[in-house]
Design a protein. Structure first.
Length: 218
């Protein structure tokens, strides 16, 4: 099975699984959102992604399994996300980017794709420089079709509560911590590979030393 994470483009929108393909919960304020329906919503979503790509850069990551899109996440500066102003724990910190949406199809849940997406986002933001953190409005009561990311998932991938709320806490992941976390994961993989690698064949020099002899002794 082939798994990879790629940058979100406008071409991906039509293939996104789940309810967020044409949802404008984050992209428009409540008044404008009520005026957009049907095909116009998808066009508005495409226009939003195009604008962010043009003015800020990559704003999402897509998980692809065997050439099929099975998950994605979207992130952008708060200035591009008018829907965020409705939350009691708003606004987003000025040094942070907002993670709005994270989704993995049910049949691929618990396979590590969500963590892969978050790692790819963190790597992108670290490489850009000038961004200290990622924040998200989590939900403690996730429901089918919810536009918020479950607080439990956010906590499992490195976010901590930054401003508490019983329903929609604002959570934060410091990118320095994300970098350390990534390094620790890579080091753990290296240790695992070291365990399963076959031991090298002993050389004559190693054989002498294992017997307590110095090279050249007989």
């Amino acid at each position: 099975m082939s798994r990879k994470v790629v940058r979100l483009t406008v071409d991906h929108l039509a293939d996104l699984p789940g309810p967020c393909r044409s949802c404008l919960f984050w992209e428009l304020d409540p008044v404008r959102r009520r005026r957009v329906r049907g095909e116009a919503a998808l066009a508005e979503k495409e226009a939003w992604v195009s604008e962010v790509l043009r003015e800020w850069g990559s704003c999402g990551r897509v998980a692809v399994v065997d050439d099929h899109v099975v998950g994605y996440l979207v992130y952008a500066p708060d200035a591009f996300v008018p829907g965020s102003g409705a939350f009691p724990t708003a606004p987003v910190s000025p040094d942070a980017v907002l993670l709005t949406t994270a989704y993995v199809a049910d049949e691929h849940a618990d396979g590590g794709l969500g963590r892969m997406l978050v790692q790819s986002m963190a790597r992108d933001l670290i490489q850009r420089g000038g961004i200290r953190a990622v924040e998200a409005f989590g939900t403690t009561a996730p429901a089918l079709g919810s536009c918020l990311v479950a607080a439990g998932f956010l906590g499992s991938v490195g976010f901590k509560t930054h401003r508490p709320h019983p329903l929609t806490p604002r959570m934060r992941m410091d990118l320095r911590s994300a970098l350390t976390w990534r390094d620790e994961v890579e080091a753990a993989v290296e240790r695992l590979l070291g365990v399963v690698r076959p031991h090298p064949e002993p050389t004559p020099e190693r054989s002498h030393r294992s017997l307590g002899e110095r090279p050249g002794e007989r």
